[in-house]
Design a protein around this ligand. Structure first.
Ligand code: ZN
Length: 379
């Protein structure tokens, strides 16, 4: 495996200091250079629409001062949108407000949207047939796996693909937006990450039917046409390679045939937050034709240590045949000190990552911000 080199941000120390001090003195920050192409250092954030432009100016200046190059604000979390989009309820057009503020701070801005879960009451009532169905023949909107927001749509249905594509198109039409970032682009977890199972009082020592999707009529009919077999009749679905692949393909085809073209038509970058245990969430993401991947290498959820981040980064790059960049996703609540963050970044770098993505801005205290700043400076 060829080790990729992190690219140094030129002059990030000077830029950072000048932005912080200017922001504090209420002078508009000078525009620092926005990274061209894919950023190396990303951060997810859940922006509150209650905040003022000045609040965001100071947050973005703070983020840029750490050397971070791109923000990923969550602007669609499966119900109301935080941007204007025809046919949706918009809570407030926050994304449109954030774009110039992020750019002014020298940051790229990529819109973080949930892809498959849909918790909009109108869609649930008008299109209950759009939802994924488990092996007990229970639709996801009515029989919930794990948590009440796990109302996943079926990725095979044309109406669903068009519904999701419409969202990507609407974002792609926002001229100054830098990119679109897909989250939850998958089916529900048939087996949950090990350390999360006790939270739900479950032991998933095998694939249980209530968590196993999708057995909707569309999927069953399509598989019957292809193979002559009704998936409901498969005796050991966990070990049926063809049936597994058929479900991977439903997500892959939706991404590659509907979402990627919608973004590329408007010259937007398109990326996704993806799973290391991709089989368990039916997410064969190394086949997604995206610009880059931000795998969520959150070691604590898998009862692993920090070195696992590098090992998973290396595996991901191998699955992609080393032809797409990986930015290792790091979960800040699992990295308690700047030293742990530094170890995680080194591990990712050793595994071949081009950079990293932090989850999330809302989890950073001052000591960790300083840790991020110094770790980026040393790259
Ligand atoms: Zn289905």
């Amino acid at each position: 495996m060829k080790r990729k080199k992190f690219i140094k941000i030129l002059g990030s120390a000077g830029i950072g200091l000048s932005i912080s001090s200017l922001a504090q003195s209420c002078t508009p920050p000078k525009v620092s250079k926005i990274k061209k192409g894919l950023p190396n250092y990303w951060i997810w954030m859940r922006p509150s629409s209650e905040k003022s432009d000045d609040d965001f100016k100071s947050e973005f200046a703070d983020i840029r001062s750490m050397g971070i190059e791109a923000v990923l604000p969550q602007i669609y979390a499966s119900n109301k949108a935080l941007f204007n989009i025809e046919g949706y309820e918009t809570e407030t057009p926050l994304l449109e407000r954030l774009i110039p503020l992020a750019h002014e701070a020298g940051l790229q801005i990529h819109a973080w949207m949930w892809t498959m879960p849909c918790n909009n009451p109108r869609i649930i009532s008008e299109h209950p047939d759009w939802y994924a169905v488990n092996r007990k023949n229970e639709p996801a909107h009515a029989h919930l796996a794990y948590v009440d927001y796990y109302k996943f749509l079926c990725p095979r249905k044309t109406d669903v693909r068009e519904f999701v594509q419409h969202r990507v198109k609407a974002l792609a039409n926002i001229s100054d937006l830098d990119g679109i970032h897909l989250d939850y682009v998958r089916l529900p977890d048939v087996i949950l990450a090990e350390a999360l199972q006790p939270n739900y009082n479950i032991v998933q020592d095998q694939e249980y039917p209530e968590y196993d999707y999708c057995y909707c009529k569309t999927c069953r009919d399509a598989y019957k046409d292809k193979s002559g077999i009704d998936p409901m009749e498969i005796q050991d679905p966990a070990n049926d390679k063809d049936w597994y692949q058929f479900r991977y393909d439903a997500v892959v085809d939706m991404v590659n045939d509907y979402l990627v073209p919608a973004a590329r038509n408007k010259d937007k970058l398109i990326t996704a937050a993806v799973f290391p245990n991709w089989e368990s969430v039916r997410q064969q993401w190394h086949k997604f034709d995206l610009d880059a991947f931000l795998p969520m290498l959150y070691q604590g959820f898998y009862n692993e240590d920090i070195d696992w981040i590098g090992a998973e980064t290396k595996k991901a790059i191998g699955r992609l045949n080393n032809n797409k960049p990986i930015y290792s996703g790091m979960f800040l609540p699992h990295l308690k000190t700047p030293a742990e963050l530094e170890k995680a970044v080194q591990s990712a770098k050793d595994g071949g990552a081009k950079g990293f993505a932090l989850f999330s801005y809302n989890d950073l205290n001052e000591e960790m911000k300083e840790g991020v700043r110094s770790v980026i400076l040393r790259q």
